[in-house]
Design a protein around this ligand. Structure first.
Ligand code: RB5
Length: 149
């Protein structure tokens, strides 16, 4: 798969470890920044990767900030994005199987590098199950139609 990744300045240290891990797993990775440690703003990077996902320039996205919260909220403001912030592999796996999440976020102040890798592996290894879940995901899209203009 082709994975787009970005962080803010807090998530920057963890990002290269996750990129290497993704490459080890055989994925193509596009790093959307930042490339230097200056203080930055997570909404810019959440939006950037979200746009790449909805435009299908990448298959899925991964976002890292201090908690994963701000950057995932920002990504979720882009129509078509279902971003999940995870600190455990079980939630990551279920979020793909049931909610068809297309962006995974986590916090570099919350999870260590090895747990982050387990979360990434669980998420990328899971598949959307469709069926009864497809209708619920369609209901999420209906909410977007009503409120995200
Ligand atoms: C930056 O200080 C911090 O607020 C950010 O990395 C993230 O945790 C926000 O949700």
């Amino acid at each position: 798969m082709k994975i787009g990744i970005a962080s803010d300045h807090v998530g920057l240290e963890l990002k290269p470890l996750i990129i290497s891990y993704l490459e080890e797993l055989g994925h193509e990775v596009v790093d959307y920044g930042p490339q230097s440690p200056e203080r930055t703003d997570y909404p810019s990077y959440g939006k950037l990767v979200a746009e790449k996902v909805v435009r299908k320039e990448v298959d899925d996205g991964i976002l890292i900030c201090g908690t994963g919260v701000g950057i995932s909220i920002s990504a979720n403001k882009v129509k078509g994005i279902r971003a999940v912030v995870c600190s455990d592999p079980y939630t990551a796996e279920l979020s793909k199987q049931h909610n068809n999440t297309n962006i995974l976020a986590f916090g570099s102040r919350v999870v260590g590098s090895e747990l982050a890798k387990m979360i990434v592996k669980a998420w990328l290894g899971a598949e959307f199950e469709g069926g009864r879940h497809a209708n619920r995901v369609a209901m999420i899209a209906d909410i977007e139609e009503q409120y995200l203009c």
